[in-house]
Design a protein around this ligand. Structure first.
Ligand SMILES: *[C@@H]1O[C@H](CO)[C@@H](O)[C@H](O)[C@H]1NC(C)=O
Ligand SMILES: *[C@@H]1O[C@H](CO)[C@@H](O)[C@H](O)[C@H]1NC(C)=O
Ligand SMILES: *[C@@H]1O[C@H](CO)[C@@H](O)[C@H](O)[C@H]1NC(C)=O
Length: 280
C-alpha cells in the first residue's frame, strides 16, 4: 500500500490578519486520501484500498509508528465518498455504515489517542464531486455542528455543483458556523480553485480572514508533469500568491507525492518536502 504525504506551500508572509482560530500557524502537514484512493468504495473486492475506516486507521498507525508524527505530519484527512448517500432522520450527514461502522467520532478518537488530528470533507453544492450529499447554504450550520460534535479537527469545503454566488455566500458563512461551534477546526476552502485562482475574481485578503488554507488551482494528478504544471503556475503567479500567505493562512497547491524521495524544487516560492513511501 502506498502512503501519500501532503504538505502545503509556505510562502512569504504578508501582513493582513488571519482567521482568528489560533490554528495552522505553520503550514499543516499530513495525509489526504484523494490523490491515491479517489472514490474507491468497493470494499468487497478491494478491501485494502477502499475508502473505509480501516484505511484511515492504517494511515494513522503509519504516521504514529514510523516517525512521521514527530516530523509534523499530524493530519489524517478524509476526502470525498465517506458519507452515506442519505442524511439521517434528523438531516445530519452520516458516515457510510458499512465502510465506517465505528462512525467518524470514534475515528477522531483513534487519531487523538495517537497525537494525530482528523480532517473531513464536504461540498457546498447540491452534491459533492463524487455525488454524495452536499452542504447547501441551509445545511451549513448543521454540518459544522455535526463535525464539531464528532471532534473533527479540520474541514475541507469543496465547490462542485455550486456557482459563484453560492460560493461567495457559503464560504464566509461556513467560517462563521465553524467558529460558532466553539471547537477550533482548521478550515480549508476550495473556493479560489473554482474561480481561476487569481484576482479580481479571487480576493486573497478576504480568504485570509475566513480560511486557514485554500486550494488555488486544480487537483494534482499522480504524475510528474502534473507536479511541474502546478509548480509553474505558482511560480508565474507568486507576486499575487506570496503576500496572501502567512501564519494561519496558506496557499495549498494540493498534495504532492513522489516515490521515496524528499523533493525540494529549486524555485523561489516552493518548499515542498514531499514523500511517498511504500508500506506493507
Ligand atoms: C471565534 O472567533 C473569535 C473572534 O475572531 C476568536 O476569538 C475565537 O478564538 C474563535 N473561536 C474558534 C473556536 O475558532
Ligand atoms: C446559483 O445556484 C443557486 C442555488 O442552486 C441558484 O438559486 C442561483 O440561481 C444560481 N445562480 C446563478 C447565477 O446561476
Ligand atoms: C477584499 O476583501 C477585503 C476584506 O474582506 C475587503 O476589505 C476588500 O474591499 C476586498 N477587495 C475587493 C477588491 O473586493
Amino acid at each position: 500500500m502506498w502512503l501519500l504525504m501532503l504538505v502545503f506551500v509556505s510562502v512569504l508572509s504578508g501582513s493582513s490578519f488571519a482567521l482568528d482560530n489560533g490554528l495552522m500557524r505553520t503550514p499543516p502537514m499530513g495525509w489526504l486520501a484523494w490523490e491515491r484512493f479517489r472514490c474507491d468504495i468497493d470494499c468487497a473486492h478491494d478491501p485494502k484500498n477502499c475508502i473505509s475506516e480501516n484505511l484511515f486507521m492504517d494511515m494513522a498507525d503509519r504516521l504514529s509508528e514510523d516517525g512521521w508524527r514527530e516530523l509534523g505530519y499530524v493530519y489524517v484527512n478524509i476526502d470525498d465518498c465517506w458519507s452515506s448517500k442519505q442524511r439521517d432522520d434528523q438531516g445530519r450527514l452520516q458516515a457510510d455504515p458499512k465502510r465506517f461502522p465505528g462512525g467518524i467520532h470514534k475515528l477522531a478518537r483513534y487519531m487523538h489517542d495517537r497525537g494525530l488530528k482528523l480532517g473531513i470533507y464536504g461540498d457546498m453544492g447540491t452534491h459533492t464531486c463524487g455525488g454524495y450529499p452536499g452542504t447547501t447554504l441551509d445545511k451549513i450550520q448543521l454540518d459544522a455542528q455535526t463535525f464539531a460534535d464528532w471532534e473533527v479537527d479540520m474541514f475541507k469545503f469543496d465547490g462542485c455543483y455550486s456557482n459563484a454566488s453560492v460560493q461567495e455566500e457559503g464560504y464566509p458563512l461556513m467560517s462563521k458556523a465553524l467558529n460558532a461551534t466553539g471547537r477550533p477546526i482548521g478550515y480549508s476552502c476550495s473556493w479560489p480553485a473554482y474561480q481561476g485562482g487569481l484576482p479580481p475574481k479571487v480576493n486573497y485578503t478576504q480568504l485570509g480572514q475566513i480560511c486557514n488554507l485554500w486550494r488555488n488551482y486544480g487537483d494534482i494528478q499522480d504524475s510528474w508533469s502534473s507536479v511541474l504544471n502546478i509548480a509553474d503556475w505558482f511560480f508565474e503567479n507568486q507576486d499575487v500568491l506570496g503576500p496572501a500567505a502567512g501564519p494561519g493562512r496558506w496557499n495549498d497547491p494540493d498534495m504532492v507525492c513522489l516515490t521515496g524521495v524528499q523533493f525540494v524544487p529549486d524555485s523561489i516560492i516552493f518548499k515542498l518536502p514531499c514523500v511517498l513511501s511504500e508500506h506493507f
